[in-house]
Design a protein around this ligand. Structure first.
Ligand SMILES: [Mg+2]
Length: 228
């Protein structure tokens, strides 16, 4: 199977309103222009893959089942034409209170464990792929992974601090169609730290950051960039 270009996507503040540890389905608000922008990217042949830090799990604020339910509801709201193909999340945090998740993990952005996991699960043409997010953390993740970064600015959520929150972590879900995402047991994933590229070993990406107003604008800019 030919490798496909992929759009990696941050979740909170990028796809949905970032209310701080948002996890209840009733609090899920898809941001303006997201559905249309994702549909355009999907139609153009991009895989859509979410990579999201969910330290709320480690902090005991909500269980993994809430993350799965949230992602299923997100895909339901997006509809088949804009559905996320796979969700990866990191439930770990070094300051967690839930013993199982209270540790560092290479899955936690800006480390690229979630990127490596996705690349293990899908044939991805990294050269032609992008990472869209709303924080410097996402730009750093993109750079380490060799993806072209797209930074959303002027979004519906206030700009937050960048790299204050850089402890690594892990966990992810298997690909899904428009239906509920199936979660793969993080422990079964081949995500040992040794499997993760050391910092500096990721392909250098000298391309500059694309700035976009919203997801539709991001799609426009990606199309322009891909054809330049
Ligand atoms: Mg975000």
């Amino acid at each position: 199977m030919a490798a496909r270009p992929c759009i990696f996507l941050d979740r909170d503040g990028t796809l949905v309103e970032d209310k701080g540890y948002v996890h209840r389905v009733e609090d899920l608000v898809v941001l303006p222009h997201v559905q249309a922008g994702l549909a355009r990217l999907k139609t153009a042949g991009f895989l859509l893959i979410v990579v999201t830090n969910q330290s709320g799990v480690a902090r005991g604020l909500y269980p993994e089942s809430a993350v799965h339910a949230f992602h299923a509801a997100l895909n339901q709201q997006l509809g088949a034409a804009a559905a996320i193909d796979a969700f990866y999340y990191c439930p770990y945090h070094v300051d967690g209170v839930v013993a199982e998740f209270a540790r560092e993990s290479p899955l936690r952005k800006p480390d690229i464990g979630m990127f490596e996991a996705a690349r293990g699960d899908h044939e991805i043409d990294v050269e032609l792929s992008y990472m869209i997010g709303d924080r410097e953390l996402d730009v750093e993740f993109a750079r380490r992974a060799g993806l072209r970064p797209v930074l959303l600015e002027g979004g519906a959520t206030p700009r937050r601090a960048g790299l204050s929150d850089v402890k690594p972590a892990l966990g992810h879900e298997a690909p899904s169609d428009a239906g509920p995402a199936l979660c793969r047991d993080p422990a079964s994933a081949s995500l040992e730290p040794a499997a993760v590229m050391p910092r500096g070993a990721a392909p250098a990406n000298k391309r500059s950051v694309l700035l976009a107003r919203d997801m539709e604008d991001a799609a426009e800019q990606i199309f322009a960039d891909a054809h330049s």
